[in-house]
Design a protein around this ligand. Structure first.
Ligand code: DAT
Ligand code: MG
Length: 155
């Protein structure tokens, strides 16, 4: 495979500030990701709970659930060579103090407000990318894309 898919999300804190949204969106374009799908959406509380259920029980779970259902976000299916790792490295570390100190040029290093309100989401493995793409874009078939669409980028 030449191209890999990942799920990227610009979170409500960044959508609330058009200049930050624009900067993050431009980062996607500058790094030559192919935008396979993109849409703006808002979560109900239940969607947020469901998406982050692996974190239920963590001290930050309630605030994470509240935040992610607090306003609109923009989700992308992105394609690139090594897309998952590339988007994760552009985002920078989860925690804002680490992001600011160790990766000041990263998205979270530049725009992250707190450990929870940290600007963007990105899948962290092939399994989570498949699961998360389907969560955000239920009509999109990942395996079909790899079988039918990705081969066209090899020539
Ligand atoms: P990531 O978003 O980098 O994959 P994660 O999957 O560990 O990080 O956590 C999901 C989200 O939960 C993260 O983007 C923000 C929130 N979160 C994680 N750790 C946190 C913490 N220690 N305090 C507050 N919020 C946290
Ligand atoms: Mg994660």
């Amino acid at each position: 495979r030449i191209l890999q898919l990942t799920l990227a999300v610009i979170k409500p804190d960044a959508i609330a500030h058009p200049v930050i949204f624009k900067a993050v969106h431009e980062k996607i374009l500058l790094n030559k990701f192919l935008i396979v799908r993109s849409k703006e959406l808002s979560w109900r509380r239940e969607d947020s709970q469901n998406f982050y259920r692996e974190h239920s029980g963590r001290f930050f779970y309630q605030r994470l659930v509240e935040f992610m259902s607090s306003g609109p976000m923009r989700a992308y299916i992105l394609a690139h060579e090594d897309a998952i790792q590339l988007w994760r490295s552009l985002m920078g570390p989860t925690k804002v103090y680490r992001a600011r100190n160790t990766e000041p040029e990263s998205i979270r290093g530049m725009y992250g407000l707190t450990d929870t309100r940290n600007t963007t989401h990105g899948s962290d493995s092939l399994e989570s990318a498949n699961r998360e793409i389907t969560f955000f874009f239920p009509e999109f078939c990942v395996s079909h894309w790899y079988q039918q669409d990705e081969p066209h980028f090899r020539m």
